[in-house]
Ligand binder design. Sequence first.
Ligand SMILES: Nc1ncnc2c1ncn2[C@@H]1O[C@H](COP(=O)(O)OP(=O)(O)OP(=O)(O)O)[C@@H](O)[C@H]1O
Length: 586
Amino acid sequence: MDILKKLWIYIRRYKFMFYGGFLFIVLNVLTSMIPGYLNRRVIDDVIRDNKTELLLGFLLSYMLAAVLRSIFILIQRYLIEGLSQNLLRDLKQSVYDHLQKMSFNFFNQNRTGELMSRMTGDMEAIRVLFAEGMIQFTRAIFYLIFVGIVLIREDVQLTLISLAVSPLIAFFAYRLSTRIRPIFSKIRDQYSDLNSTVQENISGIRIVKAFHQQCYEMEKFDEENNEYFIRNYKAAKTWSKYFPIIEFLGGVSTVLLLYFGGRLVISKEITLGVWMQFNSYLWMIIMPMRMIGHLVNMFNRAVASGERIFKVLETEAEITNNEKAVTLDRVKGEVEFRRVSLKYDDQYILKEIDFQAKAGSTVAIMGATGSGKTSLINLIARYYDTTKGEIYLDGINIKDFDLKCLRKQISVVMQDVFLFSETIKSNIAYGSPEATLEQIKKAADIADASKFIEEMDDKYETVIGERGMGLSGGQKQRVSLARAILERSPILILDDATSAVDMETEHKIQQALESMEHKSTIFIIAHRISSVRNADQILILKDGQIIERGRHEDLIKKKGEYFKMFKEQYKELLEDKHFKEKLVVS
Ligand SMILES: Nc1ncnc2c1ncn2[C@@H]1O[C@H](COP(=O)(O)OP(=O)(O)OP(=O)(O)O)[C@@H](O)[C@H]1O
């Protein structure tokens, strides 16, 4: 019921369609009772009493009832369909908008396939409840009321006899629904798993092929698919166990009516017309009773789906705006970490990180894999919040910034490059949709991407495949670098952004970055000494702590971790006497 209350918030926006639809369902019920009544009059008045002059009036009434009913059905469909489609659109929009606000953590914890199921299967269950369920439920209730009143007024005894087995029909229909509900719930969970398997397989198809795991993947799918089949089969078996009983009981009702009603007609207690009317009205009650199970299922399914949808909607975004959030047009770009620690699960990944980056300076972060480099830079744009300590941007705590404004100050080239299956131009302009082609080209120039883009047949209009398929690793990195550069943000974060380009290209990119007219504070995560040697400050991370810091020359002199990396990378060159002299190696 709680779910219905929550859904009502969406439905009430379309009150007109809701109440209007309801009204036309009732009108439809009333008009569909007219032919049964006219049958009775034709049999009793025209045929039995020979009042042939009434026939034309009855025929016209038939026609009128049929026309009215068609019009009512049309309006009812139009309103109910409009209601359910509007509800679906709004609900989808809310979930989609909410997903945009969720933190990285949320997406780490929820599988894509499952979230996709929320947006598709679960949404559909809600739509069906309002499109089909609402019509059938309202009709069932009003048939029971209207038809019940008419039949009881005609003959209480015959009504009771004819409907004697209907409680049994309702009982078995309900029982069917309670038996089948948990099976349906399992079917939906299995559908989610099947969805996730397919989604992961398609996204990772290149890895599957590279590791020739097609057979394994097929087996995995086969298992999931088979489980899906078994659950559906079980549902069908349960259905087929109860359905014949319900059908049989419906038949018993007819037999009872035939026998007892027939006797009443013979003894002239009721007319043949009344008996005919009973016969047609009886089915108007029995049919909805048979539908009870189906309706309860539809309802349960929608409630379960609604619960899952609202669970997503009610999961509060972990990272939110401070009430008195500051908005600044453009910061200078001074960043300070004060005793920052970060915990994932129960483990500290970053411990007591302290450093200051002057506006316009370049900070390089190095360290073994897993030492916490990406985690550190993820904190600046608040993709995660610090567990302890604070981060300041131009002296203001980043938690006091309006989140959108904060993220606008920061451009990121992530380690895992993601490009949309659109043109290169729109990929570069993703964060700056107002950018001119001139500006896009300039950004591509700085990222050393313009040459290969110009060589393509459609140049900047070239449509790239999903996730940038069709481009080399280095090309993808450069397009994503151009995208970040075009934003001209005061802070630029490059997480292993040039790892896939050769050293010469990387050098060119670095020079171009340095010569940009707007000076950004740059954070570079890199493994190559050549990528970081010109940085104003190099931080060496180990197990989440800064173990060394300084400029290249200082760190070389220190002969610590950085020097070890340096020796490793320049082993051969270090044997060259001239090179050694040129470097500040004492
Ligand atoms: N979302 C997360 N939940 C739990 N643990 C995480 C999460 N992200 C990263 N970690 C863990 O935190 C540690 C640091 O990861 P991080 O990605 O910051 O390292 P890194 O230095 O950037 O590594 P690399 O050079 O390989 O990119 C790793 O042990 C990693 O397993």
